[in-house]
Design a protein around this ligand. Structure first.
Ligand code: G3P
Ligand code: CA
Length: 352
């Protein structure tokens, strides 16, 4: 009898205790890598739409990424390409201007009349998700993206970060507008996991100076392709055709956002970490959990600090798999209490 009760108590303890030791991460912070929703949950819904950002947050992304371009009337909008062609129905509604459909040739009002289209594996709906906004598939302004994130953070106490990209070519005016709007909306360094990124390393340096002048402390990420010359790692800046050394980048950036190919390896991550630079890789596009494990696990082992992914749900699933949640206390506690209580009674009786 005593053995049975002791076994019940041990079983209850085992149910409450975590199933395995916590995973040790080789990231710069020692925390799990960041799940960065690349253009929102763009593997599921039309990229760079409020619905894609909202779904990404619901899926557990800690950061959402808007690429930013300027309209003809000077408004920041979230869209990847310099043109409206690939991701909207612009060609159905407008004649070409200057031979095409540059974002910079259309006003915000005109762009708002368009509908964002799904690309790649995306669709216009996702199971069990109803967008909270009236018009979920429009090209959003940067202001609307920040409003969505701020509203979510205020309502839930979460601290979702943003990772805007100043699209090249590098422009002082574009960079200044991004920094000023971020500051005006509270993204001044006080919201964790918030960064500004650009492929122009000169632009990244400019953004860092602008932030300093405004007393802002968001991360700055220089984007590019890892290239190794001899033993020295560098990041290729396609806007100038030059390779920036990690030493140079560490002078003004807090991290690098790098393509998953070329010379990227664990050695690069270690070299970047040695200089205090975080490494965020792009773009992870697994469509199954098995593919996600294949793609994410080696980079988790190598210490990558963040994943730009179109499928934040799969990145979250892989990370959750490394640290399964313990059995909730309410389920295990009554059994534990009963087992321990009975054990005490039996022992007292035995002594009497
Ligand atoms: O910003 C990181 C990654 O998004 C860079 O690629 O072309 O998707 O903006 P792209
Ligand atoms: Ca981007």
């Amino acid at each position: 009898m005593t053995r049975m009760i002791a076994t019940a108590a041990a079983l209850a303890l085992a149910m409450i205790a975590p199933a395995q030791a916590a995973t040790v991460y080789n990231t710069l912070s020692g925390e799990a890598p960041l799940v960065i929703a690349h253009r929102g949950a763009s593997g599921h819904l039309p990229e760079h739409t409020l619905a894609a950002y909202e779904l990404a947050i619901k899926m557990g992304a800690q950061v959402v990424e808007p690429d930013l371009q300027l309209t003809a009337d000077g408004v920041l909008v979230a869209i990847h390409d310099a043109t409206l062609t690939r991701t909207t129905n612009v060609a159905d509604l407008f004649e070409p201007r200057n031979g095409g459909y540059l974002v910079s040739d259309f006003t915000l009002a005109e762009i708002k009349s368009l509908t964002a289209l799904p690309t790649r594996t995306a669709s216009t709906s996702y199971p069990d998700y109803t967008p909270s906004m009236a018009d979920p598939f429009k090209v959003p302004t940067f202001q609307e993206v920040m409003d969505l994130v701020n509203a979510h953070n205020a309502a839930t106490g979460a601290q979702i970060g943003i990772y805007p990209e100043s699209k090249t070519p590098n422009r002082f005016s574009l960079n200044a507008k991004i920094v000023e709007e971020m500051k005006a909306n509270g993204f001044d360094g006080s919201v964790p996991n918030t960064f500004i990124q650009t492929f122009s390393h000169e632009g990244a340096q400019q953004l860092a100076v602008m932030q300093d002048l405004l007393g802002m402390t968001n991360g700055i990420a220089a984007l590019g392709y890892v290239l190794k010359t001899g033993d020295a790692y560098g990041v290729y800046d396609a806007t100038t055709g030059t390779i920036s050394s990690l030493d140079y980048l560490a002078g003004f950036a807090t991290g690098v956002g790098v393509n998953l190919g070329y010379d990227l390896d664990a050695g690069f991550i270690a070299a970047a970490h040695a200089l205090g630079l975080a490494v965020h890789g792009w773009t992870f596009r697994p469509t199954t959990l098995e593919a996600a494990e294949d793609q994410f696990l080696p980079w988790i082992a190598a210490g990558m600090d963040g994943f730009f992914t179109d499928y934040p749900d799969l990145a979250v699933a892989v990370l959750d798999g490394l640290n399964p949640a313990p059995v909730p206390l309410p389920a295990g506690l009554p059994l534990l209490a009963a087992g321990l209580g009975a054990l005490v009674v039996v022992r007292r009786r035995a002594r009497a």
